[in-house]
Design a binder for this molecule. Structure first.
Ligand code: FAD
Length: 318
């Protein structure tokens, strides 16, 4: 079932959902099941699975020349989605990127998903690979997520890239896109970011999932600004409990989010990571309670493969 249909069926009740990432290459799928099993009692209507594009590194050959190697550290998004649907009978939502995909690759990826009975995707641009400063589309690929949404919606109308194919079967994907309450790192202003967020809606996006945030006010203001800008699709808040001292700097650096001063003060005063994890947990529970009271459709947690804290949060709320 599609994410927007789950929303409709809930009739205003807030539902619990979460995101997982594929295991590092070499690990087996049991680690994914171990992360999901403890969370199933909270009846997630869908589970997101992230996509991780290729990375490049250079190894020195015997002749002193450098050889460029392409590696994908976390492959398996589609396989995991199929396994989730098969094992738990829950909708899996794979993320799909512009980065590393030509339009032809995208079409073939979507055909695989459709054949597996997967009818949800989150369409994203992806970040620049480590060796590049700015994001670069690959040859024949999309530059921005709105173009990717457009291709998916074309396929939903039976428009394949090869116009000579006759009697095409339309796909039926529900498409989520990313939104940034504290603006995307590359956007010159929140207004500019909202302008392009609206382009994703105009291309056919069905709902938005936000980047993590630690101050609910940022989410509420973002929703208000979206509505004022005519962005009227559901906006699902994404949450992550802060868990270690290192994350105090890592989260702002990597995800371009601010941490509230009260949270920083409490973390700095904490004796060890166990105490920090407890502070992060309680903070996230408070955030979740307030968002639930305000009637958000889903509370979506970035589990990062660690279900223990997400389970504690879900136990306090659902
Ligand atoms: P876009 O919507 O394309 O926006 C990128 C930037 O370009 C923004 O600054 C925007 O304002 C600007 N812009 C947008 N459209 C245009 C246009 N037409 N012309 C000019 N400027 C434009 N990354 C992964 O690699 N794998 C994942 O699974 C993954 N999952 C994510 C899930 C969520 C909920 C979120 C919030 C992020 C996720 N990311 C993931 C990270 C995401 O790929 C990066 O944040 C990326 O830098 C931007 O992706 P986007 O889809 O928001 O890009």
């Amino acid at each position: 079932m599609k994410v927007i249909d789950h929303l409709e069926n809930a009739k205003g009740a807030t539902q619990f959902t979460f995101e997982i990432l594929p295991p590092l290459k070499g690990q087996d799928i049991q680690s994914i099941f171990d992360a999901i099993d403890p969370l199933m009692e909270f009846k997630p209507p869908f589970i997101d699975v992230t996509y991780h594009r290729e990375e490049y590194d250079y190894v020195e050959r015997e002749n002193g020349l450098l050889e460029k190697r392409v590696i994908r550290k976390r492959p398996g998004t589609v396989g995991i989605c199929a396994a989730i649907q098969n094992r738990y009978d829950v909708d899996a939502v794979p993320h799909i990127l512009c980065g590393g995909f030509s339009q032809e690759d995208t079409e073939n990826f979507l055909i695989d998903l459709a054949f597996l009975g997967i009818d949800n995707v989150v369409a994203l641009r992806g970040d620049a690979v480590k060796s590049e400063t700015y994001f670069k589309a690959c040859k024949g690929g999309h530059k921005y997520a709105n173009e990717l949404v457009g291709q998916i919606k074309n396929l939903n109308q039976g428009k394949y890239l090869d116009e000579e194919i006759l009697n095409c079967t339309p796909t039926d994907f529900c498409v989520g896109v990313a939104g940034y309450p504290e603006k995307h790192a590359e956007a010159p202003s929140l207004e500019s970011d909202l302008y392009f967020l609206k382009k994703k809606l105009e291309a056919g996006a069905d709902y938005i999932i936000t980047q993590m945030f630690f101050d609910n006010q940022k989410y509420f203001e973002f929703v208000t600004k979206c509505r004022e800008a005519g962005i009227n699709i559901p906006i699902i808040p994404g949450l992550k409990p802060l868990a270690t001292l290192k994350q105090l700097n890592m989260l702002p650096h990597r995800f371009h989010v601010d941490l509230p001063q009260d949270l920083i003060d409490a973390v700095v005063k904490a004796k060890n990571n166990k105490a920090i994890a407890q502070i992060g947990l309680e903070w996230c529970i408070q955030q979740s309670k307030e968002l639930k009271e305000k009637g958000v459709p889903f509370l979506h947690y970035y589990s990062m493969g660690k279900s223990e804290s997400v389970k504690k949060i879900a136990s306090a709320l659902f």
